[in-house]
Design a protein. Structure first.
Length: 452
């Protein structure tokens, strides 16, 4: 509505219309709810945060105006699922800068990946991390010194988070642990940076996501440090003039079969190894595939059917998964099991658990389910007796009533028992006075007629 409609119309290239055209017209612009994944990233890329307001009750069951409310706030660092960048991680980075040290945490909410480290509070170190991980959004404490983060959007967190006691309690509650030792954290700048990200995710998503991993320490000692100028001049992930990933080294070498592989290769390109053992281990793996082209082609074929498992898991943790995501997960995990057999189970663990998940999805979810849960027909026939019963009542109510009538006749021994309906009581059971002594206690008397 109003000015927001004008902004959305311009950014999304959608029609701007008006309400009450005769006097004081109100600008309007909109798009179907199902097109949200298409339009939302455009608004975020244009530098706006978006508040999502959904219906909180079924319009068919509500009286009067349908209740609505804010369900989440979307920012550059909190895009998830199909809305997030498919080539690179949508990192959310927090910096808590102390007198000598600073705590840094980096989280991709769409996948749950969570990295953290503690390092000297120097501008060069901040620049290094920005170059290596290219966060979509940066978090700082209110009134903190403002380092030049370039064009990266910045959000400020309430100063109360920097209280170590509060940060400790908040982080422990989020992960449901009794001690920071289980998270390999101490009461310092690093802890506060972790709390900043978790607090921001909770406030924007209005929930505690279940897929966020425990913070994992970053080891930057075994990697080459590349500054912004080097990355730009070598055109590692974007062309120097076009700024497009299509004109970069990454686009030339990216022959990965999955989105997860693309994101991993993107990170490897920005963070080259310098540790000899790590380099040798990676080259040994490459050599094994080069020497066995048949195995390489077989694995690539299996990978081609793998969807973005990381982000499907993220949608599950955020409670925004749909039935088609589960089917994609089933196909993907089945391919992972096939890859495990090709590799003779050397690298993939817990294959029994993966097989169990594949079987459960196969048995439960329809082969071609709708996206919206309100459309029904998501659960397969025969999976759940109660669902089958309710589905039959909705689709063949007369047949179900006839069967129910016959079942009651057999249970009570009243052959003349009938099920009928009227506008006053709805459906009811009618029993003649001849058999009134056979009426079970579970029946509730509503009305007495002349003969029944």
């Amino acid at each position: 509505f109003g000015d927001d409609a004008k902004i959305a119309s311009k950014i999304l290239n959608i029609t701007l219309t008006t309400r009450d055209k005769k006097s004081n017209p109100t600008p309007l612009a909109g798009f179907p709810h199902k097109a949200l994944d298409q339009y939302l990233p455009k608004l975020i890329d244009a530098g706006y945060c978006v508040v999502i307001v959904d219906q909180l009750e079924d319009p068919k069951l509500s009286k009067g105006i349908v209740k609505r409310g804010v369900t989440r706030i979307v920012t550059p660092g909190t895009l998830e699922g199909e809305q997030a960048d498919s080539i690179k991680n949508s990192y959310l980075a927090s910096f808590y800068i102390g007198k000598k040290s600073m705590g840094v945490s980096i989280c991709d909410m769409s996948t749950g990946e969570f990295l953290t480290l503690k390092m000297p509070a120097k501008d060069d170190n901040i620049d290094t991390l920005l170059s290596s991980y290219k966060p979509a959004e940066v978090l700082l404490i209110e009134d903190s010194s403002n380092y030049n983060f370039g064009n990266t959007p910045i959000q400020f967190i309430d100063k109360g988070v920097r209280n170590t006691t509060y940060a400790k309690d908040f982080v422990q509650d989020f992960y449901n642990v009794n001690s920071l030792k289980s998270l390999s954290l101490e009461e310092d700048e690093q802890l506060i940076s972790v709390a900043m990200i978790l607090k921001y995710i909770e406030e924007t998503q209005l929930m505690e996501p279940k897929h966020i991993e425990k913070p994992r320490e970053i080891n930057i000692k075994g990697k080459m440090i590349l500054d912004r100028a080097t990355i730009q001049n070598l055109e590692l992930v974007a062309g120097a003039y076009s700024g497009s990933v299509k004109d970069s080294l990454f686009s030339v070498i990216d022959h990965t079969q999955t989105r997860m592989g693309s994101r991993l290769l993107y990170n490897w390109t920005l963070n080259p190894l310098i540790d000899k053992k790590s380099i040798d281990d990676r080259l040994d793996m490459v050599e094994s595939f080069v020497n066995d082209k048949e195995l390489l082609n077989s694995i690539r074929e299996e990978l081609s059917s793998v969807s973005d498992i990381e982000r499907i898991v993220g949608k599950i943790g955020l409670g925004r998964v749909n039935a088609r995501d589960f089917n994609a997960l089933q196909v993907s995990l089945n391919a992972v099991l096939n890859i495990s057999k090709l590799l003779k189970d050397e690298y993939i663990q817990d294959t029994d658990k993966l097989s169990e998940i594949v079987d459960r999805i196969e048995k439960a979810i329809s082969d071609d389910p709708p996206i919206a849960i309100t459309e029904g027909r998501i659960i397969k026939d025969g999976y759940d007796e109660k669902v089958d019963e309710l589905r039959e009542i909705a689709g063949n109510s007369k047949g179900w009533i006839k069967r129910f009538e016959k079942e009651e006749q057999e249970k009570t021994g009243i052959s003349s028992l009938k099920i009928d309906s009227n506008k006053v009581f709805g459906y009811y059971i009618e029993v003649t006075k001849t058999h009134q002594d056979k009426v079970p206690d579970r029946y509730i008397r509503k009305q007495t007629l002349v003969n029944s």
